[in-house]
Write a protein that binds this ligand. Structure first.
Ligand code: SF4
Length: 442
């Protein structure tokens, strides 16, 4: 049976068994067009098994698209989205934006980590043109994480390897059910791998968080701890025979699970832990990997742009650092490399914000030091009240309305194709808008 027939059969079975009356009950053959095995660029999972079903030019059904991906789709396909601007209006917008940025150097380009590789490259070129800097939202965490990786060595692995081998998985102040909805089903818990054939039955899942999180009911061990308790927990897990005075109901069970695992995958949100915790995690991983009896990989799970790994790679190539350039002189006179996020942000004259197309997460709200700066927004969605800039330039949503290369959470590049029937109909790509701004400034 072909994949298409299999999907049709599955949908029809599902509809017969469970579908309520109404739009979902319509026959599968009512769809005008269907697209299968599409990649979603909604987060760095880059799921490659998405199906879209079209009727009269609109998506009426999807398969495997999670809530994050669905919101992204809605952002560009909702009826109240502004129509594409005329070339004349677009050119006026670009001229206005370029004049604003030129009048207020240096320029901070923020949010290129949610776009495709070509746009990320152009964001660095634009930052150079306007004497500024291009940074991802997760700049402070990114810098701290890679500094540790350089210092202690970084044991990383492919997500496919995690799926195939990880017997014990820990989410350290990261919750994939909030940021990467299908992470558990595709890679880290339910997914059946070569050596984990029974999926979650072959794995132990633990999480560390400051409060009850969405993932908590799925965990065999859950540590609700304040951030300053992290190093003590790591010490107790890394040296269970010594103990270290840390006590928790779930500690013995997790220590036993780690003892019995030959492959441990640890996912951490570097923005939510201290330097001391990052040091301790890297040292723990280095110790286990050096001893050679088991392997422990550390993968960052960013609450940031879906192409944060692409940003790191392009930045590494162009700036010799994965967290963005450092050309802005801070007002405090601190060395740019050592400057805090607030130092960097406070030193710029204006901001060019590349929006994600959906409402920003709490971690992606402009800091107060930027609130009063002249702001240009490249916005692929119909609008966002929080992103009212002096100039707003509409654009195609990368990875859905325009083609581009995105990097998965483990660094693998994928060519993401646009969804043809959503063809941007006149919206320029983000890379094109950035290139026009550069041309206008020269
Ligand atoms: S998990 Fe991420 S890549 Fe997969 S469907 Fe959801 S948003 Fe898209």
């Amino acid at each position: 049976m072909s994949i298409q027939k299999f999907i049709k059969a599955s949908i029809e079975d599902e509809q017969q068994e469970t579908a309520p009356p109404g739009p979902l009950a319509e026959s599968f053959t009512d769809f005008d067009a269907e697209y299968h095995s599409m990649l979603c660029a909604g987060c760095s999972c880059l799921c490659d098994d998405i199906s879209y079903f079209f009727k009269k030019g609109s998506v009426t059904r999807t398969l495997n698209l999670c809530e994050v991906g669905w919101k992204r789709l809605c952002a560009v396909s909702s009826e109240d989205r502004e129509p594409p601007p005329s070339p004349h209006l677009l050119s006026d917008n670009v001229k206005q934006a370029a004049a604003l940025l030129r009048a207020h150097p240096p320029v901070l380009v923020l949010g290129a980590d949610s776009t495709d590789e070509a746009a990320i490259r152009t964001s660095f070129e634009l930052a150079d043109t306007f004497g500024g800097i291009s940074l991802p939202w997760a700049f402070p965490g990114l810098r701290r994480f890679y500094e540790r990786a350089k210092k202690f060595g970084w044991a990383t692995g492919l997500l496919d390897e995690v799926r195939d081998r990880a017997e014990s998985v820990i989410f350290w102040r990261a919750d994939p059910l909030v940021t990467h909805h299908r992470h558990l089903s595709r890679y880290s818990l339910f997914a059946r791998g070569r050596f984990t054939e029974r999926g979650n039955l072959d794995r132990n899942l633990a999480a560390v968080a400051s409060h009850k999180t969405v993932i908590e009911p799925l965990c065999q061990q859950f540590f609700e701890l304040s951030i300053d308790q992290d190093p003590a927990l790591i010490e107790a897990l890394a040296h269970p025979q010594v103990g270290g005075g840390f006590d928790h109901r779930d500690l013995p069970a997790l220590a036993r699970a780690l003892q019995g695992a030959s492959y441990i995958a640890l996912f951490v949100d570097p923005e939510k832990v201290t330097d001391e915790t990052l040091d301790a995690l890297f040292l723990w991983s280095a110790k286990l990997n050096t001893e050679g009896r088991k392997r422990m990989v550390i993968l960052p799970l960013w609450d940031s742009g879906s192409n944060i790994e692409g940003f790191c790679r392009v930045s590494l190539e162009l700036n010799a650092s994965p967290w963005g350039g450092a050309s802005v002189r801070t007002s405090a006179g601190a060395e740019p490399e050592k400057a805090s996020w607030e130092d960097q942000a406070g030193s710029v004259g204006s901001v060019l914000l590349i929006s994600t197309g959906t409402d920003p997460s709490p971690g992606c709200i402009l800091p107060t030091c930027l609130a009063e700066k002249p702001l240009v927004v490249i916005d692929p969605s119909k609008r966002s009240a929080t992103l009212d800039g002096q100039v707003v330039i509409p654009a195609a949503l990368p990875g859905l309305e325009s083609d581009g290369v995105f990097f998965r959470a483990d660094g693998l590049p994928f060519d993401v194709s646009k969804l043809e029937p959503l063809d941007n109909n006149g919206f320029p790509t983000v890379a094109e808008v950035l290139a026009d701004l550069i041309a206008e400034a020269r």
